[in-house]
Design a binder for this molecule. Structure first.
Ligand code: C5P
Length: 221
């Protein structure tokens, strides 16, 4: 039997990519599949938590008990869904690969090919992690993810501070078998004071390592 150490917690999890539409048939996306976030949702529910899973476009899904899935497409939809659920949650784990930019306008008709170059104008999306982190109550915890190709720990710690996160999960796309699309991941957990490194493991095992840290950091009742 699995320990019910997250009983009484309600955990908001964002997962998967976001798609930013350009026109009715084209979009800007990324290679996230949502595997890590779904593993986190299933592990958290198995440990007694209620889970609000806000899931970007992916062919993956979960039917595990105690997980409410809200499917979204764009960063702005994910942002709205997360803000709506955040007041009822004790914790947030922001696992989604949110597009930093979206096309300034979405064409109502398919964009026609012309001679020469086409320049797209992009505008910034809201930062969900920063907004939740900088607006959390004393008993709410916010966990972020960082995917860095260089100066991982330094950049992850900058994000931790700027977004006011309790801790951040650093994974490197350069590690064989880790991050996007793989069944395994290799992480470091970074907070203000320390860095803890883990072995390459299945995403479910990685999820449990992350949740161990969250469970130890109990919200004040
Ligand atoms: O700044 P960067 O995108 O590298 O930060 C990654 C962390 O912030 C992840 O936890 C990601 O889910 C979250 N994030 C977010 N909203 C954004 C961009 C990133 O929640 N618009």
């Amino acid at each position: 039997t699995v320990s019910q150490d997250l009983k009484g917690r309600r955990i908001l999890i964002t997962a998967g990519p976001t798609f930013e539409d350009l026109d009715p048939v084209r979009f800007l996306g990324n290679r996230s599949t949502g595997k890590m976030g779904i593993a986190l949702a299933e592990a958290a529910a198995a440990r007694g938590a209620g889970v609000e899973l806000i899931l970007g476009p992916t062919h993956l899904s979960t039917t595990a008990a105690n997980i409410t899935t809200t499917p979204v497409r764009s960063a702005r939809e994910m942002h709205a869904a997360a803000l709506q659920r955040w007041p009822e949650c004790t914790d947030a784990i922001l696992c989604a690969a949110v597009a930093d930019y979206r096309p300034e306008t979405v064409a109502t008709d398919k964009i026609k090919k012309k001679d020469g170059e086409l320049t797209l104008s992009l505008v910034r999306n809201p930062d969900i992690a920063a907004e939740l982190g900088n607006n959390k109550l004393a008993d709410q915890r916010v966990v972020g993810f960082a995917l860095e190709t260089e100066n991982g720990v330094e950049n992850a710690r900058k994000k931790l501070l700027r977004k006011n996160l309790d801790f951040i999960v650093l994974n490197s796309p350069r590690t064989a078998g880790a991050a996007f699309g793989h069944d395994t991941n290799q992480i470091q957990l970074i907070d203000r004071n320390k860095v803890t490194a883990f072995e390459l493991k299945t995403k479910r095992e990685v999820a449990d390592d992350i949740l161990d840290r969250l469970a130890a950091d109990k919200p004040t009742p």
